[in-house]
Design a binder for this molecule. Sequence first.
Ligand SMILES: [Zn+2]
Length: 307
Amino acid sequence: MQNTIKSSITFTGQGLHSGHAVSVTLHPAAAESGIWFRRTDVDSEVGYIKAHWDAVNASQLCTLLVNEHGVSLSTVEHIMAALAGCGVHNVMIEVDANEVPILDGSAAPFVEKILAAGIVAQNAPVRAIEVLRSVVVDNGRGSARLDPAQEMSIEFTIDFDAAAIGRQNKVLKMANGAFIKELSDSRTFCLASDVDAMHAAGLAKGGTMENAVVVDGADVLSPGGLRHADEAVRHKMLDAMGDLMLAGGPILGRYTGIKSGHALTNLLLRKLFSDPENYRMITCDDAVSENLPGSGIDSSDLLRSYS
Ligand SMILES: [Zn+2]
């Protein structure tokens, strides 16, 4: 069954790019409505932005949505990943600025409050996107692909010169709370040299050692170090999960990213949907739903508090 949240949830935190305080409130929404954002700081007629792949403006740093009025919202990927991982299909998300707050740089604070609010089943079956043919995109530096599979899984490989990251690979089936348990607390990471370049360009003004893992060569500069030895690749999988949720429903297929990122994953969805032979919409029975993210989750899947 499709799910929404039991009651409204509010988050406040800093925008990564602006450095300003941002408030976000998730509201329950009707079955079949999907995930929508609403900017409350602009005129109400132009503030609605659907969480959908065709509203994405390609970006290396984050996922930016833009509606037909030119109203945009950036950094949607972590909240989208949290909703995907919790199996929430319908929700209205109000934001009072042009970006979603970065919180601790992971999806765990979102997951924690979604689980605490509760998830309710709605009287409509889940519709998933079943991958029928392999689809691949490659930008010369990395690649992303989707292959047919009877479950949703993500495999990711990264390779950084910085010894604190290096080469990392991980593969995970997304059912039974795997996203919450294994990926949701992994934070955004960046190189110390990138931080200087971004600040010089007026970007990432809200970026701190508390909301990103900053590495310099073999050293992890952020206090407390890493949450997982391979936190970086886990975060890339988290990002992919959020970006794939912009397909408009759960994907039944296997995603493989090699040094991929937001722009490539969006290009992959565009290619998938460019040919009707590549996919089909299916109405999920219980057996299929068991292989999708959000099935079998439990409030104890998050091992500690992040608020
Ligand atoms: Zn991210």
